[in-house]
Structures are given as structure tokens and as C-alpha cells.
Design a protein around this ligand. Structure first.
Ligand SMILES: Nc1nc2c(c(=O)[nH]1)N[C@H]1C(S)=C(S)[C@@H](COP(=O)(O)O)O[C@H]1N2
Ligand SMILES: [Mo]
Length: 329
């Protein structure tokens, strides 16, 4: 029996967002190659009775997704043994009430409250640009199709605070493999949703160039550590952490880890980024965590752990040099 991912029916997706059939075909081949184990809970896999045709019945409706905290058994995902910490995990309550998400407010303690009614579903992510297989993913479909795992990562904001949290997600290279970048693609650009009706910070701070945008080189994007996160603390991402889908780049300053993304674009030129455009002398494109390079207004030699308030030395590449230092030599 060949496993087939159950796709959301076309009528849920505006026609212009529907994935081309060629992409579905390619996607089935790719997923088939991953085998049943990579596809997660058995209940989400349809056994084909018709010689490998895709099944398109819905397995659940939006309402039941909302009630089901585990999203049909996807969360909590198995914890990866490869990603261990040198410090205690930040308490969930602390991480969930200390957020940078300027689309809501610049006040870290108020993001969670202002983001509470943000609607992360339905949601599509368009993957486009210099790729052979441009695709649009429905978030529920992507979450079920990818091999979700939990990773404990240190996370370091450029403002010199840090946390350590359990993300749930999959390596970005998994998604990149599906769209097949052309040989010209050298960078990836990410764009956050632009939804002023639900994001009061967009309405009140018109001087920022919304929507938020970020970028990585192709090598950085392909690195095993670069995570597409759909969850945190064993459940789906809440709005303040970037629901329903964000990037996490643990060896770079936090602003590179762009939230609530709707578009991923492959290009041959280094893309502009939100903070670099605003203050190029303070925030570079690469922005690797580096204790020896101070911000113009403060030292980066140490960091404050949110929750405990402990001050600890900042590590080069945020402690991930073994994984990524070779990218920069
Ligand atoms: N779209 C968007 N993404 C964003 C930000 C933002 O303001 N908007 N802030 C960044 C910064 S500066 C940090 S430190 C992290 C904070 O992530 P957290 O709130 O989940 O801890 O998100 C990053 N991603
Ligand atoms: Mo940050």
C-alpha cells in the first residue's frame, strides 16, 4: 500500500492559491520516498485503493482542528537527541509573554494579549522564484506531510536577552527539496503576512516598511539547523511566537527568525532585510551571534536569560559553531 498524504479539498483554497497538479505529482513522489515512518500518525495516511492516485478527502474540519490540542496526534513530536542544552529550558509562561513581534506592538509584555485573536488558519505559504517546482502549501497539509520533531535550541536576541525553548518543526532543507531551486538560486527571501486588521502595530507604526521581510543565503538555508517551526512547547505555535509557521535560525540574532511567513522566494541576489534597511550600521544581513562584535550601543559579550535573569557569556554562533562555522570560512 502506497502512503498518500490527504490534501485539503480544493474548495478550501482560493483558485489562485491552489497548487498546480504537476507540483502535487512531484510532491507525491517525494513523500513516497520518505516512507511511512516519516509521515507521522497512521490516521493521517490514506492507503490508496486506486493505484497511487492522490486521496483528497478531508480528515477533519477547521473546527475540530481548533479543539484538538494535539492537532490529530502531531504534537508533541518526538524530541531529537541531537540538540541538547547547556542551560535550563525557559518556562513556557515566560517565553510566551516576552516577545518581539512589532506587527502587534514593540512592548514585549503586550504582544501575547494583542495577538490572541490573530487567525492563523486557513493559511497558505507560497514558495516561488528561482525554482523548478513553485508550490503553494496549505499549512495543515505541510504540517502533516513533514517529519515533525522537537528540538531544544538556545535563542539569542540582538538586545542581549536569551531563552532556551523546545521548537517543533522540520529542517527547511526538506521543503527546499520539494521545490527544487534552479542552479541560479543563491539566496532565499521570506515575507511575513501583512494583516493590519489583526495587527495593531502595523496600523499605528506606519513608518516601518511592512510586511516584515528577511533572508538567508542558500547555504544557510540548507544547513541542518535551520528549522521551519510550526510548534513550541509540545503544541502548535501560539500567535505571539509566529503562528502558524516561522523560521528559526539558532546561530543568528533573533530578528533573522521571521514569524508568520506567507511567502518564500528564491533569488540570485542578496535580498534586503527589514532591520538592515532600517539601521544598516546596527543590523547586518548575516547577523551571526558574535560576542566579540558589540552593537553600537551595547556589548554582546554576555546575555540575560529571561525568567531567571542570570547573566551568562554569549557564545560564538550562539554555541552552534560545530554545525555552522564552516559556512563562513
Ligand atoms: N514578522 C516578525 N518576525 C520577527 C519579529 C518581528 O517583529 N516581526 N521579531 C524578531 C525578533 S527581534 C526576535 S528576538 C524574535 C522573537 O521571537 P519570540 O517572540 O518567539 O521569542 O522574533 C523575530 N521575528
Ligand atoms: Mo530580537
Amino acid at each position: 500500500m502506497a502512503p498518500n498524504v490527504i490534501l485539503h479539498p480544493r474548495w478550501r483554497i482560493p483558485e489562485r492559491l491552489a497548487t498546480p497538479e504537476s507540483a502535487h505529482l512531484n510532491r507525491r513522489q517525494f513523500l513516497h520516498g520518505m516512507g511511512v515512518a516519516g509521515l507521522g500518525a497512521a490516521g493521517l495516511i490514506a492507503c490508496s485503493a486506486s493505484g497511487g492516485q492522490a486521496q483528497t478527502e478531508p480528515v477533519s474540519d477547521a473546527a475540530s482542528d481548533e479543539i484538538d490540542e494535539t492537532a490529530g496526534g502531531l504534537y508533541p513530536a518526538e524530541r531529537s537527541p541531537l540538540h541538547t542544552l547547556d542551560r535550563p529550558l525557559t518556562e513556557e509562561r515566560v517565553a510566551a509573554t516576552h516577545n518581539n513581534f512589532y506587527e502587534f506592538t514593540t512592548d514585549k509584555s503586550r504582544v501575547a494579549g494583542l495577538a490572541r485573536d490573530f487567525t492563523p488558519r486557513p493559511w497558505q505559504v507560497e514558495v516561488t522564484g528561482m525554482v523548478d517546482n513553485p508550490m503553494t502549501f496549505d499549512i495543515d497539509e505541510l504540517e502533516r506531510a513533514m517529519p515533525l520533531e522537537e528540538r531544544l535550541y538556545r535563542f539569542r536576541c540582538v538586545e542581549a536577552w536569551a531563552m532556551a525553548v523546545p521548537w517543533t518543526g522540520f529542517p527547511l532543507h526538506r521543503l527546499i527539496a520539494q521545490v527544487q531551486p534552479t542552479s541560479q538560486a543563491r539566496f532565499i527571501r521570506f515575507v511575513t503576512v501583512n494583516r493590519p486588521s489583526e495587527m495593531p502595530g502595523i496600523r499605528s507604526q506606519s513608518w516601518y516598511s511592512w510586511p516584515y521581510y528577511e533572508g538567508l543565503s542558500m547555504d544557510e538555508a540548507m544547513n541542518e539547523l535551520t528549522l521551519v517551526a510550526t510548534g513550541i512547547y509540545g503544541h502548535r505555535l501560539p500567535p505571539q511566537h509566529g503562528a502558524p509557521i516561522r523560521i528559526v535560525v539558532p546561530w543568528k540574532y533573533g530578528y533573522k527568525s521571521i514569524k508568520s511567513i506567507v511567502r518564500i522566494e528564491f533569488t540570485d541576489e542578496q535580498p534586503p532585510t527589514f532591520w538592515n534597511d532600517l539601521a544598516p550600521t546596527e543590523y547586518g544581513f548575516v547577523s551571526n551571534v558574535d560576542p566579540t562584535v558589540p552593537h553600537p550601543r551595547w556589548s554582546q559579550a554576555t546575555e540575560r536569560l529571561i525568567g531567571s535573569g542570570d547573566r551568562v557569556p554569549t557564545l560564538p554562533y550562539n554555541g552552534y559553531g560545530e554545525w555552522v562555522a564552516q559556512l563562513y570560512t
